[in-house]
Design a protein around this ligand. Structure first.
Ligand code: C5P
Length: 234
Protein backbone atom coordinates (compact mmCIF):
# COMPACT_ATOMS: atom_id res chain seq x y z
CA UNK A 1 0.00 0.00 0.00
CA UNK A 2 1.49 3.33 -1.00
CA UNK A 3 0.40 6.76 -2.05
CA UNK A 4 -0.23 5.64 -5.61
CA UNK A 5 -3.55 6.86 -6.93
CA UNK A 6 -3.71 9.73 -4.44
CA UNK A 7 -3.65 13.31 -5.70
CA UNK A 8 -1.53 15.84 -3.75
CA UNK A 9 -4.58 17.20 -1.90
CA UNK A 10 -5.67 13.65 -0.94
CA UNK A 11 -2.46 13.44 1.09
CA UNK A 12 -3.32 16.43 3.29
CA UNK A 13 -4.82 15.49 6.67
CA UNK A 14 -6.18 18.60 8.40
CA UNK A 15 -6.04 18.47 12.20
CA UNK A 16 -9.35 19.91 13.42
CA UNK A 17 -7.85 21.00 16.75
CA UNK A 18 -10.55 23.51 17.65
CA UNK A 19 -12.52 24.17 20.83
CA UNK A 20 -15.97 23.13 19.67
CA UNK A 21 -18.01 21.54 16.93
CA UNK A 22 -19.28 24.87 15.63
CA UNK A 23 -15.75 25.98 14.85
CA UNK A 24 -14.95 22.59 13.31
CA UNK A 25 -18.03 22.79 11.06
CA UNK A 26 -17.12 26.30 9.90
CA UNK A 27 -13.63 25.12 8.98
CA UNK A 28 -14.87 22.08 7.08
CA UNK A 29 -17.36 24.30 5.21
CA UNK A 30 -14.52 26.58 4.17
CA UNK A 31 -12.09 23.81 3.24
CA UNK A 32 -14.56 21.42 1.59
CA UNK A 33 -12.73 18.99 -0.65
CA UNK A 34 -9.54 21.06 -0.90
CA UNK A 35 -7.98 18.52 1.51
CA UNK A 36 -8.16 14.73 1.66
CA UNK A 37 -8.81 13.79 5.27
CA UNK A 38 -10.09 15.46 8.46
CA UNK A 39 -8.37 14.43 11.71
CA UNK A 40 -10.52 14.44 14.83
CA UNK A 41 -8.50 14.20 18.03
CA UNK A 42 -9.24 13.62 21.68
CA UNK A 43 -10.39 17.15 22.47
CA UNK A 44 -13.09 17.06 19.78
CA UNK A 45 -13.99 13.38 20.33
CA UNK A 46 -15.10 14.32 23.86
CA UNK A 47 -17.14 17.23 22.56
CA UNK A 48 -19.36 15.25 20.25
CA UNK A 49 -16.68 14.30 17.74
CA UNK A 50 -18.07 10.84 17.01
CA UNK A 51 -21.41 12.20 15.84
CA UNK A 52 -19.49 14.84 13.92
CA UNK A 53 -17.40 12.07 12.32
CA UNK A 54 -20.58 10.47 11.01
CA UNK A 55 -21.77 13.87 9.76
CA UNK A 56 -18.53 14.32 7.79
CA UNK A 57 -18.67 10.80 6.40
CA UNK A 58 -22.27 11.34 5.22
CA UNK A 59 -21.03 14.40 3.32
CA UNK A 60 -18.44 12.23 1.61
CA UNK A 61 -15.39 13.38 3.57
CA UNK A 62 -12.71 11.04 4.93
CA UNK A 63 -11.95 10.97 8.65
CA UNK A 64 -8.93 9.98 10.72
CA UNK A 65 -10.03 9.38 14.31
CA UNK A 66 -6.98 10.11 16.42
CA UNK A 67 -8.31 8.15 19.40
CA UNK A 68 -4.88 6.78 20.45
CA UNK A 69 -6.36 3.63 21.95
CA UNK A 70 -4.53 1.72 24.69
CA UNK A 71 -6.22 -0.66 27.14
CA UNK A 72 -6.74 -4.36 27.84
CA UNK A 73 -7.44 -6.48 24.78
CA UNK A 74 -11.20 -6.89 25.19
CA UNK A 75 -11.65 -3.14 25.51
CA UNK A 76 -9.40 -2.24 22.58
CA UNK A 77 -11.10 -4.84 20.41
CA UNK A 78 -14.63 -3.61 21.14
CA UNK A 79 -13.66 0.08 20.92
CA UNK A 80 -12.01 -0.55 17.53
CA UNK A 81 -15.11 -2.39 16.33
CA UNK A 82 -17.33 0.51 17.45
CA UNK A 83 -15.13 3.01 15.62
CA UNK A 84 -15.01 0.83 12.50
CA UNK A 85 -18.83 0.85 12.55
CA UNK A 86 -18.84 4.63 12.08
CA UNK A 87 -17.15 4.11 8.70
CA UNK A 88 -14.08 6.22 9.59
CA UNK A 89 -11.17 5.59 7.21
CA UNK A 90 -8.30 5.72 9.77
CA UNK A 91 -7.85 5.06 13.51
CA UNK A 92 -4.78 5.51 15.71
CA UNK A 93 -3.76 2.99 18.38
CA UNK A 94 -0.71 3.10 20.66
CA UNK A 95 1.83 0.62 19.29
CA UNK A 96 3.32 -0.23 22.68
CA UNK A 97 2.74 -3.98 22.68
CA UNK A 98 1.52 -6.81 20.50
CA UNK A 99 -1.56 -7.56 22.65
CA UNK A 100 -2.99 -4.09 22.00
CA UNK A 101 -2.13 -4.23 18.29
CA UNK A 102 -3.62 -7.70 17.79
CA UNK A 103 -6.80 -6.67 19.62
CA UNK A 104 -7.24 -3.68 17.30
CA UNK A 105 -6.72 -5.88 14.24
CA UNK A 106 -9.40 -8.29 15.53
CA UNK A 107 -11.74 -5.38 16.31
CA UNK A 108 -11.40 -3.98 12.81
CA UNK A 109 -12.59 -7.31 11.46
CA UNK A 110 -13.18 -7.08 7.73
CA UNK A 111 -13.89 -3.34 7.66
CA UNK A 112 -11.68 -1.28 5.36
CA UNK A 113 -10.59 1.08 8.17
CA UNK A 114 -6.83 1.56 8.22
CA UNK A 115 -5.03 1.14 11.54
CA UNK A 116 -2.15 3.50 12.33
CA UNK A 117 0.27 2.87 15.19
CA UNK A 118 1.42 5.69 17.45
CA UNK A 119 5.02 4.77 18.25
CA UNK A 120 6.60 7.28 20.65
CA UNK A 121 4.94 10.64 21.22
CA UNK A 122 7.27 13.36 19.97
CA UNK A 123 7.10 15.31 23.22
CA UNK A 124 8.98 12.48 24.99
CA UNK A 125 12.76 12.54 25.06
CA UNK A 126 15.24 9.96 26.26
CA UNK A 127 14.92 11.06 29.90
CA UNK A 128 11.13 10.65 29.73
CA UNK A 129 11.59 7.12 28.37
CA UNK A 130 14.07 6.45 31.22
CA UNK A 131 11.31 7.38 33.66
CA UNK A 132 9.29 4.51 32.20
CA UNK A 133 12.23 2.14 32.63
CA UNK A 134 13.07 2.21 28.93
CA UNK A 135 16.79 2.64 28.25
CA UNK A 136 16.80 3.37 24.55
CA UNK A 137 16.95 6.44 22.31
CA UNK A 138 13.48 7.47 21.05
CA UNK A 139 14.30 6.68 17.40
CA UNK A 140 15.30 3.09 18.19
CA UNK A 141 12.04 2.61 20.09
CA UNK A 142 10.08 4.17 17.22
CA UNK A 143 11.66 1.65 14.84
CA UNK A 144 10.97 -1.27 17.16
CA UNK A 145 7.32 -0.31 17.65
CA UNK A 146 6.84 0.35 13.94
CA UNK A 147 8.07 -3.18 13.21
CA UNK A 148 5.72 -4.53 15.88
CA UNK A 149 2.79 -2.69 14.30
CA UNK A 150 3.61 -3.94 10.82
CA UNK A 151 3.99 -7.49 12.13
CA UNK A 152 0.52 -7.29 13.68
CA UNK A 153 -1.07 -6.28 10.39
CA UNK A 154 -1.32 -2.52 10.88
CA UNK A 155 -1.41 -0.31 7.79
CA UNK A 156 1.05 2.31 8.95
CA UNK A 157 2.35 4.56 11.69
CA UNK A 158 2.37 8.18 12.74
CA UNK A 159 5.96 9.44 12.63
CA UNK A 160 7.70 12.82 12.63
CA UNK A 161 9.46 14.03 9.49
CA UNK A 162 12.81 13.31 11.08
CA UNK A 163 11.80 9.69 11.78
CA UNK A 164 10.06 9.18 8.46
CA UNK A 165 13.25 8.77 6.41
CA UNK A 166 14.69 6.09 8.73
CA UNK A 167 11.38 4.19 8.74
CA UNK A 168 10.76 4.55 5.03
CA UNK A 169 14.03 2.75 4.27
CA UNK A 170 13.19 -0.23 6.45
CA UNK A 171 9.43 -0.67 6.19
CA UNK A 172 8.06 -1.30 2.74
CA UNK A 173 4.34 -1.04 1.95
CA UNK A 174 3.64 0.71 5.21
CA UNK A 175 1.95 4.10 5.45
CA UNK A 176 3.82 6.95 7.10
CA UNK A 177 1.61 9.73 8.42
CA UNK A 178 3.66 12.79 9.39
CA UNK A 179 2.70 15.75 11.61
CA UNK A 180 4.88 18.73 12.51
CA UNK A 181 4.69 20.21 9.01
CA UNK A 182 5.36 23.88 8.34
CA UNK A 183 5.67 25.54 4.93
CA UNK A 184 8.97 27.46 4.67
CA UNK A 185 8.77 30.66 6.72
CA UNK A 186 5.58 29.68 8.59
CA UNK A 187 5.16 30.13 12.36
CA UNK A 188 6.40 26.94 14.10
CA UNK A 189 4.03 27.53 17.09
CA UNK A 190 4.90 24.91 19.73
CA UNK A 191 6.44 22.39 17.30
CA UNK A 192 10.13 21.87 18.02
CA UNK A 193 11.17 19.72 15.06
CA UNK A 194 9.35 20.85 11.95
CA UNK A 195 9.79 19.89 8.31
CA UNK A 196 8.38 21.51 5.19
CA UNK A 197 5.75 19.70 3.10
CA UNK A 198 8.36 18.97 0.39
CA UNK A 199 10.86 17.59 2.92
CA UNK A 200 8.19 15.35 4.43
CA UNK A 201 7.24 13.96 1.02
CA UNK A 202 10.88 13.39 0.10
CA UNK A 203 11.43 11.62 3.45
CA UNK A 204 8.72 9.15 2.46
CA UNK A 205 5.60 10.52 4.16
CA UNK A 206 2.41 9.30 2.49
CA UNK A 207 0.08 11.60 4.41
CA UNK A 208 0.87 15.02 5.94
CA UNK A 209 -0.97 16.04 9.11
CA UNK A 210 -1.31 19.81 9.11
CA UNK A 211 -3.14 21.91 11.67
CA UNK A 212 -2.49 25.57 12.33
CA UNK A 213 -0.80 26.50 9.01
CA UNK A 214 -4.20 25.74 7.45
CA UNK A 215 -6.74 26.17 10.25
CA UNK A 216 -5.41 29.54 11.42
CA UNK A 217 -4.75 30.96 7.96
CA UNK A 218 -6.83 33.97 6.90
CA UNK A 219 -7.87 31.89 3.91
CA UNK A 220 -7.64 28.19 4.91
CA UNK A 221 -8.59 26.97 1.46
CA UNK A 222 -5.84 29.02 -0.22
CA UNK A 223 -3.34 27.74 2.37
CA UNK A 224 -4.36 24.13 1.65
CA UNK A 225 -4.08 24.70 -2.10
CA UNK A 226 -0.60 26.19 -1.73
CA UNK A 227 0.50 23.14 0.28
CA UNK A 228 -1.01 20.78 -2.32
CA UNK A 229 1.00 22.62 -4.99
CA UNK A 230 4.16 22.14 -2.93
CA UNK A 231 3.43 18.41 -2.55
CA UNK A 232 2.88 18.15 -6.31
CA UNK A 233 6.20 19.87 -6.99
CA UNK A 234 8.05 17.56 -4.58
O1 C5P B 1 -1.14 22.72 14.26
P1 C5P B 1 -0.16 21.63 13.95
O2 C5P B 1 0.14 21.52 12.48
O3 C5P B 1 1.08 21.71 14.79
O4 C5P B 1 -0.95 20.31 14.34
C1 C5P B 1 -0.33 19.05 14.27
C2 C5P B 1 -1.28 17.98 14.66
O5 C5P B 1 -0.58 16.74 14.67
C3 C5P B 1 -1.89 18.11 16.04
O6 C5P B 1 -3.20 17.54 15.99
C4 C5P B 1 -1.00 17.29 16.91
O7 C5P B 1 -1.65 16.77 18.04
C5 C5P B 1 -0.64 16.15 15.96
N1 C5P B 1 0.59 15.46 16.29
C6 C5P B 1 1.82 16.11 16.40
N2 C5P B 1 2.94 15.39 16.69
C7 C5P B 1 2.85 14.07 16.85
C8 C5P B 1 1.64 13.40 16.73
C9 C5P B 1 0.52 14.14 16.43
O8 C5P B 1 1.91 17.31 16.24
N3 C5P B 1 3.95 13.38 17.08
Amino acid sequence: MTTEGLTPKDRIVVALDVADLGEARTLVDRLGDSVGVYKIGLELIYRGGLGFTEELLRKGHKVLLDAKLLDIEATVERATAAIADTGAQFLTVHATDRKTLDAAVRGRGDSAMKLLGVTVLTNLDRADLGEQGIDMPPLALVQERARLAQGAGFDGIVASGKEAAALHERLRNFLIVTPGIRPAGADPHDQARIVTPSDAVRAGANYLVIGRPITRADDPRAAAEAIAAEIAAA
